[in-house]
Design a protein around this ligand. Structure first.
Ligand SMILES: [Zn+2]
Ligand SMILES: [Zn+2]
Length: 149
């Protein structure tokens, strides 16, 4: 295989991911948060079920391809990044800019990640049960219970 410049591994890459069609490709060059399961109505309606989100510092998310990346302003506090071609959901970006969430299913495996807790279980669907023993919170995650995916 001929060497190409982009095959050169970047330093500090801890994960790579992409949407189904490959129009959006990214890598993460810093620590990833454990996975949160978000059961809020918006995540469920947009994803078709509940969401599984890791997160990183915004400066650690590097888009390698973003030609099909679209943003949906889902509320006053956040927008959601998805692929305009295949429809995959990828990112949740809060206006406060403290982190950017990444839908865990878009990452290449093995991710090395573990799930930590369930949030917004007060809004969970009525057709499933949570049986993994992880902590469950009615709204967001402690200590401040703010709306974080
Ligand atoms: Zn796509
Ligand atoms: Zn949510």
């Amino acid at each position: 295989m001929p060497e190409s410049p982009i095959a050169e591994p970047s330093p500090n890459v801890v994960a790579r991911g992409h949407c189904q069609c490959g129009g959006v490709r990214f890598e993460v060059r810093g620590p990833l948060r454990p996975v949160l399961y978000c059961h809020c109505t918006m995540c469920r309606r947009l994803s078709g079920h509940f969401a599984a989100a890791t997160a990183c510092a915004p400066e650690h998310l590097h888009l390698l391809s973003a030609q099909t990346l679209r943003w949906y302003q889902s509320s006053e506090i956040a927008r959601r990044g998805f692929c305009g071609t295949c429809g995959a959901q990828l990112f949740w970006e809060p206006a406060h800019g403290g982190h950017i969430s990444i839908w865990a299913g878009t990452l290449d495996t093995p991710t090395g990640l573990k799930a930590a807790e369930h949030i917004y279980v007060a809004e969970m669907g009525d057709y499933y049960a949570i049986t993994d023993g992880l902590p469950q919170w009615p709204q967001g995650s402690p200590p401040d219970h703010t709306a974080d995916c």
